[in-house]
Ligand binder design. Sequence first.
Ligand code: SAM
Length: 226
Amino acid sequence: MTDRATRQRDPDMKRRARHQFDAWAQRYDRSLLNHFLFEPSYLVLMEEIARWHAEHGRTSRVLDVGSGTGTFAGLVAESAHPARIIGLDYAANMCVRASAKSRDSAESRRPAFVNGDSEHLPFADGSFDLITCANSFHHYPHQQEVVVEMKRVLAPGGRLIIIDGFRDCVIGWFVFDVVIDHIEKNVHHVPWTAMHAYFEAAGFRDIRRRKFNFWFPAFATIADRE
Ligand SMILES: C[S@@+](CC[C@H](N)C(=O)[O-])C[C@H]1O[C@@H](n2cnc3c(N)ncnc32)[C@H](O)[C@@H]1O
């Protein structure tokens, strides 16, 4: 059986993703794909971070999973929000590039970058108030386990925001399931109902979905930990 569910379990997915992004790290910020597909999600994440700060009014500890070259982490660190952010990425070269980009920032505003796997987050239980994850989830072979692991490192009352391509419409299906799947190979963009089910099974409450459309359709799933 070689259907989507089976490919999702392929352990080779992680190795391929690391190889692909290690090779892409130096050119990633100049790529059109990055500009059209990924950058719009930073705006949505920044709005969600602003919302969290408006609700809680204190310094947040933020983890960005699959942080790539650290552009989003840099935006958060430089923003007016009192946030301390760590980016984590499986491709060591993406972390090297991210660290180099933030080298000139003031130490108090400099994000930290950690080379690691979303399935095994190297942090103690309850370490973060916010976890963000944009345009990375479709590379994970064990997606349910990752959501459970994210919940583990969230503090009580913490918030998880995952953004990925929206493949539940004709354009999204063509872009993500046909074109991106053909280019990247071995990726798995989940229907929004499956994402919702992952959050529910992990025990999140108040799960909401936010669909947005800049150049291509994408959706954010947002929920809080009890
Ligand atoms: C398309 S990039 C997105 C980067 C960034 N979030 C953005 O929106 O620009 C996907 C990133 O996910 C990372 N990644 C893939 N599998 C991962 C895993 N198992 N754990 C952590 N990061 C992973 C890749 O190395 C890559 O940097």
